[in-house]
Design a protein around this ligand. Structure first.
Ligand code: AKB
Length: 313
């Protein structure tokens, strides 16, 4: 059977790149991108969807006979703290709408992104295992734990094929993330290429798990393509790329941009990062669906600097 894929949150940091990757893989005519507003430069099928509106999701799914949904819309960790109730509403209500539409409309597969933000103080900081205790400290993290459990519930109760990854911080050149605690690791490259001093909102030794956008997109498509019987975890899989601190990335950038300057002014995001893992153990993803990252800090930095230099030319 042919695939018709709906991407909700297609304008975001992951959604925009994932939509293009899916268009290349399955054909432009089979991908329906959606978000709150249409992107002027978008090439393909686009529908405006506010995912808090159940009926609108159902309407688009029915109209296009959608077979798979990637639900990426969410408010991230730092932004989420500004308005906890709204964050809860957006992050959880939209997921429940998607799961319920998927159930009613017999959707074949759903992708739901979770995050390293599900971990809190009780989890080991280094090499955090997939099944560590989850006691998140942000409303975003709480909403992701909740989402993971809803995903598992829909799988167990209704047989819905929901698959999920806990994304680390994602580093990409195509678009800017908004409202995350790991966002510094994207901004820093922009400032380096623009020859500007970068003021980091985390202190220099704060190591966090990160992943390059190409690896994140590949992981997303690989978990969705894996045979259903290989997906043993129905809450969410840890997926690691690499781990580094602001000092590590600044040193790597200095190799390519001599004279690059960084200073440190930790703010409330430091507290969020201090409760997250420094590195995560993704052996279940490696074992169950053959996950393996390609990029390290050196290749990420080379790619980010050369792509951003082209963009700012
Ligand atoms: C954030 O920083 O909030 C996100 C995440 C790790 O989920 N990038």
């Amino acid at each position: 059977m042919g695939k018709t894929v709906l991407v909700i949150g297609a304008n975001g940091q992951v959604g925009s790149v994932l939509t293009e990757a899916l268009q290349d893989k399955y054909g432009k005519e089979n991908i329906i991108a959606s978000d709150l507003r249409k992107r002027e430069d978008f090439d393909g099928i686009f529908e405006v969807i506010d995912a808090t509106n159940f009926d609108r999701i159902k309407e688009v799914v029915t109209e296009y006979k959608v077979t798979q949904i990637y639900h990426l819309a969410a408010i991230l960790s730092a932004k989420g703290e500004e308005n906890p109730l709204r964050t809860w509403d957006i992050n959880v209500k939209t997921l429940l709408n998607v799961l319920e539409v998927a159930r009613i409309c017999n959707i074949e597969k759903v992708f739901y992104p979770s995050s390293i933000a599900v971990f809190g103080n009780s989890a080991p900081r280094n090499n955090t295992p997939n099944d560590a205790y989850l006691d998140p400290t942000t409303v975003y993290g709480i909403s992701k734990v909740d989402g993971e459990n809803w995903a598992q519930y829909y799988h167990v109760k209704y047989g819905l094929d929901v698959r999920s990854i806990r994304y680390p911080g994602i580093i990409g050149y195509q678009s800017l993330p908004g409202g995350g605690t790991t966002d510094y690791a994207v901004d820093i490259y922009h400032k380096a290429v623009l020859n500007e001093t970068f003021t980091c909102f985390l202190n220099e030794d704060t190591a966090l798990p990160m992943i390059f956008i190409d690896d994140a997109i590949r992981a997303t498509i690989e978990i969705m393509e894996a045979p259903a019987e290989h997906i043993k975890i129905r809450t969410s899989y840890n997926v690691a790329g690499i781990s580094f601190s602001p000092k590590d990335v600044a040193l790597e950038i200095s190799e390519l941009c001599p004279g690059f300057k960084i200073d440190y002014k930790p703010d409330f995001r430091q507290d969020i990062a201090d409760n997250w893992p420094k590195s995560i153990d993704d052996s279940e993803a490696r074992m169950d669906w053959n996950w393996k990252p390609d990029y390290n800090l050196c290749s990420i930095t080379e790619t980010m600097i050369s792509k951003l230099k082209e963009q700012y030319k």
